[in-house]
Design a binder for this molecule. Structure first.
Ligand code: NAD
Length: 366
């Protein structure tokens, strides 16, 4: 297969983890006789510095023409001035909107080798294997807002949802749940928020088309508790943008570290393979506190390439091979600092990438 992959390395640890992810895609291409063409483009803080725009038009055009997009992370203290005309995160929100990426799919699977790396008790974590589907282009991140401005007397954001925005993401979650254990939890705050009451109403109507699903509606505050009390009882969780953003960071701790969790942002645009044009990224940010030190965990970015191969290129065998290579390295007790445990060997970012690449290369010989 010939595929065009745009790489948005971004800021902070973004370029460090993306380099390792690209290394893995190179091995996949060589091993399975594909040709992946990588097209590096600017987005985020570096784009502001270099061309004065967090999302240049050229980047949008390249992404639109690509089969898939690999993203590191954007942002950092350098661009944190609240009064700045442009911010790295604006680029991220704008690319999601431009590519209609209305759903962020975040699998949270506990690698059994990392059960000791989590702050939660092993008996609570046993069997955790869930998927959070976060609505990505609506809600409070995109509603009408007023900045505090110079006077700093008043500011607001608006959580606005429309029926089609809710229906399409709930439907995607329902389809996902149908392919898994047929359990779906829909998150809202319907006891307080009007937008959540609409969310629950539309979700209930939409899910009427899926009578085989076991559905629960959970208030977001209760969900934040259930996620650490009984995480293994959940399968697919669908949530509005803000709630999904917060819950997925919480859920990442079930897997031991943010550095372990990949994600796929999907929408309704198709690529040249007639598969969904998706954007794939680790769930973590640019981690300025560890940037440039070579200690970032690249596994979330590497596991994001597995999602890219699966969803946007339809290469299931290759995706599974990447996931197995990650498992094999963890099985040998190799760790980055964020997931270290007693009796494990701690390695830097690049070495972790090299080891996964090596496992992938030699997988048949094992
Ligand atoms: P963060 O996810 O960057 O970091 C949170 C903590 O987790 C930090 O202590 C960091 O060192 C650690 N961490 C994150 N990824 C890691 C990895 N791969 N390996 C080891 N440790 C890791 O969140 P933050 O500090 O709140 O945000 C930093 C910047 O990133 C902000 O500018 C924020 O806006 C941005 N951000 C961007 C994205 C994105 O591009 N999609 C997502 C979230 C945050």
């Amino acid at each position: 297969m010939d595929a065009n992959i745009v790489v948005l390395a971004g800021d902070g640890i973004g370029p460090e983890v993306t380099a390792e992810a690209q290394k893995i895609l190179d091995v996949v291409a060589e091993k399975f006789a594909h040709r992946f063409h990588f097209d590096p483009q600017l987005m985020g803080g570096r784009a502001i510095d270099e061309v004065g725009n967090s999302l240049p038009d050229e980047t949008v055009a390249a992404c639109n023409a690509a089969d898939a997009i690999l993203l590191g992370a954007v942002g950092g203290p350098k661009w944190d001035n609240p009064n700045a005309a442009d911010r790295p995160e604006r680029g991220l929100l704008a690319i999601r909107k431009a590519l209609h990426l209305f759903a962020n799919v975040r699998p949270v699977k506990l690698h059994p080798q990392l059960i000791g790396a989590s702050t939660l008790k092993p008996e609570v974590l046993e069997g955790v294997d869930l998927v959070v589907i976060r609505e990505l282009t609506g809600g409070i991140y995109f509603g009408p807002r007023k900045e505090a401005g110079e006077e700093a007397a008043e500011a607001f954001d608006t959580m606005l949802y429309t029926r089609p925005e809710i229906e399409r993401v709930v439907r995607l979650a329902a389809e996902t749940a149908m392919g898994r254990s047929k359990r779906l939890a829909s998150v809202d705050k319907a006891n307080v928020l009007a937008s959540s009451r609409l969310w629950r109403r539309v979700a209930t109507e939409t899910l009427g088309d899926y009578p085989d699903l076991e559905v629960e509606h959970v208030l977001v505050d209760a969900m934040s508790m259930h996620l650490i009390r009984r995480p293994a009882t959940f399968d697919v969780i669908v949530a509005p943008n803000l709630f999904g953003d917060i819950l997925t960071d919480e859920a990442s701790m079930l897997a031991g570290s943010m550095g372990m969790l990949p994600s796929a942002s999907l929408g309704d645009l198709m690529n040249q393979q007639q598969l969904p044009l998706g954007l794939y990224e680790p769930i973590h940010g640019s981690a300025p506190d560890i940037a440039g030190q070579g200690v970032a965990n690249p596994l979330a970015a590497i596991l994001s390439t597995a999602m890219l191969l699966r969803y946007s290129l339809g290469l299931e065998t290759e995706a599974a091979a990447v996931e197995s290579a990650v498992d094999a390295v963890l099985e040998e007790g190799v760790r980055t600092p964020d997931i270290k445990d007693t009796g494990t060997e701690v390695v830097p970012t690049q070495v972790m990438g090299d080891l996964v690449a090596e496992k992938l290369q030699t997988a048949d010989a094992d």
